[in-house]
Design a binder for this molecule. Structure first.
Ligand SMILES: [Zn+2]
Length: 136
C-alpha cells in the first residue's frame, strides 16, 4: 500500500504518527507535515492551493491510494489560527477532518481518506499524547 500522511509538524506528535504508521502497516508512507496538519486545507486561498499541489504531486509520483489525515488536540497552530480552541476542540477538529476528507475525495479520483485524532491526555505519562483514534 502506498500512503500519504498529512499531519501537524508539532514534534510532540511525531512519536504518535510513527506509531500510527506502524499500526497501519505503512512505515514507508510519505508525510506532509505543516503546522496544524489538515488545517491548511480548511480555508480557500493560496495556502490551500499550494497544499493541494503538493498532495497532487505526491499522489502522482508515488501512486498513493490512501491518504491519512491526522489532527491533534492542544495544537498551537490551530489555537493561533482560530484565536483560541476552547472546550469543544475535539468537535472542531473532527468537523475539519471530515470536511478535508470530502475535499480530497472530490479533488482526487480513486483515493481513500482515513481520519485520525491524537488526543491530549492530562495524565498520559511521558509524552502526554495517546495513540491516534479513528474519526468517523
Ligand atoms: Zn499541531
Amino acid at each position: 500500500m502506498t500512503a500519504l500522511f498529512i499531519a501537524c509538524s508539532d514534534g510532540r506528535v511525531a512519536p504518535c504518527l510513527s506509531a500510527l504508521q506502524e499500526a497501519e502497516d505503512a512505515l514507508d508512507a510519505d508525510r506532509l507535515l505543516v503546522p496544524g496538519g489538515p488545517l491548511v486545507l480548511t480555508r480557500p486561498g493560496t495556502e490551500r492551493r499550494v497544499a493541494l499541489d503538493c498532495i497532487r504531486t505526491t499522489i502522482e509520483v508515488h501512486n498513493v491510494r490512501v491518504v491519512y489525515l491526522v489532527s491533534h488536540q492542544d495544537c498551537p497552530a490551530y489555537d493561533r489560527a482560530l484565536g483560541g480552541l476552547g472546550f469543544d476542540q475535539q468537535e472542531l477538529l473532527e468537523r475539519d477532518l471530515l470536511r478535508v476528507k470530502t475535499l480530497l475525495e472530490n479533488t482526487f479520483a480513486d483515493i481513500e481518506v482515513r481520519c485520525f485524532l491524537v488526543p491530549w491526555r492530562e495524565n498520559g505519562g511521558g509524552l502526554g499524547f495517546a495513540a491516534a483514534e479513528p474519526v468517523e
